[in-house]
Design a protein around this ligand. Structure first.
Ligand SMILES: Cc1ncc(COP(=O)(O)O)c(C=O)c1O
Length: 397
């Protein structure tokens, strides 16, 4: 029987029949935010020209300001992109790499972003330096030390996650940005899991570049993300799509904005929903976003502990490295291959037989396989108990 839902479940349009424990992959948009998107789209179609040439510009500016306020960022450097993959590509493909240059990336990085690094290093004779980080971690130094040891005079950039995708580790990104940049190396922060899952102060962080999704943890419609470029780096970055702005003779800061803001006709509604989503989701609990992040973190720890018990293992990281996601490895002696095209068998069985949506991730690099849970306000403790009981049945534990 499908377990009881949280009292906040009805804010979302999720299926009653599914136990949805994978907010991390693509987020989930609350009903009120979908309604706001519908309202904006209807407004657009009343007079598309007036909307695109006038109204949406004001709303866009408002979104830039609200997100900048939420993240304590300089609005002049705050750009909108469709997703973190685009943000990462925008920076990497603007780099003027020379033969022998090195880009550092920990092996917990998201594969699409790692591919983008390989693409730009391969074509320029530069080198991708993949830093191996263990899965089981006792302390920050298990992550910081190998990354810092990989830096040398050829290093031009390091890409650092806020929260790693396959392993759900809240990275010590604040310390890493400071330490790496002190060595004269730029950092590109991949905050795909950033706004709404970890406290982010972009100004204080002072990374050269940071990109992050709004459509994951602040629950905006899919296709809304940001890219923030520090002032001294702005003249070196071009959007992936060259449009009208390229030939404009505006002042540099206005040209920069036009180049990124107008990359051709598109539906701006996902970004225009950002102010509403920040306010709406933030008002679901008394303590606002600080409380949401802490509640979700406590729920992820609760779920992780149940899974560890079911799999007869121990928590792989200290609790301070947990945000709203947590991964636990399956005990196994078999050789781990990439996920088959038709999906991992445990994932499929959890979904087909128990209606649980949760990712099971193969990581051949570390010869391991993980289950990664997410926690969002719509989840209940009963759902994690149901997952751990289902794992016990499936695996015959
Ligand atoms: C660390 C990390 N980077 C990048 C991405 C890509 O996000 P998107 O598909 O929105 O571009 C993800 C997606 O889960 C991720 O976890």
């Amino acid at each position: 029987m499908i377990p009881k839902k949280s009292e906040m479940f009805n804010h979302w349009g999720l299926s009653q029949e599914t136990v949805f424990l994978n907010h991390g992959s693509f987020g989930a948009t609350p009903v009120s935010v979908m309604e706001e998107q519908g309202r904006i789209r209807r407004l657009m179609e009343r007079d598309p020209v007036h909307f695109i040439e006038k109204l949406s510009n004001e709303m866009w500016q408002d979104s830039v300001w609200e997100l900048s306020r939420f993240l304590n960022a300089d609005p002049e450097g705050m750009l909108f992109v469709a997703n973190a993959t685009t943000g990462v590509n925008t920076i990497l493909r603007s780099l003027d790499l020379s033969e022998g240059d090195e880009i550092i990336v920990p092996d917990h990085a998201y594969q699409a972003c790692r591919n983008a690094i390989d693409f730009v290093t391969n074509r320029s004779g530069a080198r991708t330096v993949v830093v191996r980080i263990p899965f089981r971690i006792d302390d920050d130094s298990d992550i910081i030390d190998p990354i810092m040891s990989a830096i040398n005079e050829k290093t031009v950039l390091a890409m650092i996650d806020t929260v790693s995708s396959p392993t759900g580790i809240r990275m010590p990104f604040e310390k890493l940005v400071e330490m790496i940049q002190e060595r004269g190396v730029d950092v590109l922060v991949d905050a795909a899991h950033g706004p709404g899952i970890v406290p982010l102060d972009v100004d204080k962080l002072n990374a050269s570049y940071i990109t992050g999704n709004c459509h994951k943890w602040i629950c905006t419609p899919k296709g809304s993300a940001f890219l923030h470029i520090r002032e001294d780096k702005r003249s070196g970055v071009k959007p992936l799509v060259i449009g009208h702005g390229h030939s404009s003779e505006l002042a540099p800061n206005e040209k920069f904005r036009l180049e990124f803001d107008w990359t051709g006709t598109r539906d701006p509604s996902p970004w225009l929903c950002i102010p509403h989503a920040i306010k709406h989701v933030g008002s679901m609990v008394h303590g606002g976003w600080t409380e949401i992040m802490e509640r979700n973190r406590q729920m992820a720890i609760f779920g992780r502990d149940l899974i560890c018990e079911a799999l007869d293992t121990t928590p792989p990281t200290p609790d301070f490295m947990i945000s709203s996601m947590s991964s636990v490895e399956f005990p196994s002696n078999e050789d781990i291959k990439s996920i088959p095209l038709d999906g991992d068998p445990i994932h499929n069985q959890l979904y087909d037989d128990y209606r649980i949506q949760v990712p099971v991730i193969s990581w051949p690099n570390h010869n391991s396989k993980y289950i990664r849970i997410s926690a969002q306000l719509y989840n209940s403790k009963e759902e994690y108990k149901y997952l751990s009981d289902s794992l016990i049945s499936i695996l015959g534990l």
